[in-house]
Design a protein around this ligand. Sequence first.
Ligand SMILES: *Cc1c(COP(=O)(O)O)cnc(C)c1O
Length: 505
Amino acid sequence: MTKTTHDMLRSLPKIEEILRSTRVESLLERLPRPLVADLVRDTVERTRAEILAGTRGECDSETIIDDVIAHALALEHPSLRRVINASGVIVHTNLGRSVLADAAVEAVTSVARGYSTLEYNPAALARGSRHDHCEKLICALTGAEAAIAVNNNAAAVMMVLTEFAAGGEAIVSRGELVEIGGSFRVPDIMRLSNADMVEVGTTNKTHIPDYEHALTDHTAMLLKVHPSNYRMIGFTESVGLHDLHTLANRENARREQAWEHGVTDSRDTESINRDVLVYEDQGSGAFVRLACFGSYAEPTVAESLDQGADLVSFSGDKLLGGPQAGIIVGSKHLIDRLKKNPLARVLRLDKMTLAALEATLRLYLDEQCALSEIPTLRMLSEPAEAVWKRAETLMAALEQSLPPRCATVSVIPEIARAGGGALPMCDIDTYAVQVTFLRGNALDCERYLVAGRPIPIICRLKKETLLCDARTLVDPYEITEITAAFTEYFTRMDDQTTREDHIGK
Ligand SMILES: *Cc1c(COP(=O)(O)O)cnc(C)c1O
């Protein structure tokens, strides 16, 4: 007779009973009691929910205690830790986006280990501003008059809209109202910053008259949003920054004249007092045009400014290859207003990020140096032959180390991706080591590589095989680690089969 759900729920052990068990009591020597009690309660409740959902059968106290202990042990190990990215996605948001350059890591360590000049100006023997560390470098590299860096690009967009478009209207093309991974949606940020969004054009085509007709005395901004990892191909058209700049100039001249002549149909004179700004949310934010991507290369920040954007914002950890940050560049009088906005305080960067950002920016002073020292740029631009060599090294290591007749390994040409919403149309030639399973299987092995290793290894699953892309490996040590992990996977399986054989006899 099978037990009913009701019976199974009733036979679940009591929380007090589990807390009194010797195995759980021994946990109390290492962890505070309220924490252990929470773990027990969570585990029992989770089990109850699983029984109700029909995903779990009867469960005795020993099984629940095993669960509690596994969760308790997990607390003693770092949750945020190193992984090996063998996925071939270079700027992988789930895996921490950009890997920092050595110089950036050293800068972080140095300011973290001791006190720093975060808000101190040693030349003047006086208080300084944290905004000063990166501003000159950003300006030198983009040709901007002024710059400010905040927590991330979403924060930068929020700050620009709040300062310059709150209470007014921001015009944006329907073709640019995209959602960017991790729930960043322009309409939501717009609402949050109290700006009225005016959508113009259609999904595939927007023309300059669409913007023109939408202009009112309340227009505060023409907003251009980089479509990130989304591209329309075929019958499409969008308006460039240069044309938006011309339109904004014309409107600003008209307002000036209307103001001088006292003819304004606006109810409040406040909105007519402000200029229409052209702002681009550039997303990925490139400083150098990567020649290897030809016409697909993302436009640089300097190009956007040249074409007439008053303000441009972008991420620090996408194509730039630095730490998480949002950088805003543009005219000095605009950036000065942002620096005074209370949000600049709310969204400010900490010393470690500033140190990493400053060090990364300094590498850009010599473009060749940036290309070779900044891991994101290096991985994007590394010739396929160099990647092939690394793949061959990994293959040779696997061939040497794997137990016999468990898998075949080969190096195959593959396609890597830039990620981070950049260069979505670019197929980046790469090489991967393909593991084809003679014993075990790809899914099972993938689970072991990710969940069963102190340093998870993220590969790609392809038709019952596992691919390790050599383009995104950042350290020779990772080849050793991948080899050890695959070897261990098969060896464990051997041990298990041997055990089972013995039991069978
Ligand atoms: C990535 C991206 C953002 C968000 O930037 P974060 O640095 O992740 O906050 C905003 N806009 C565009 C166009 C993007 O590509």
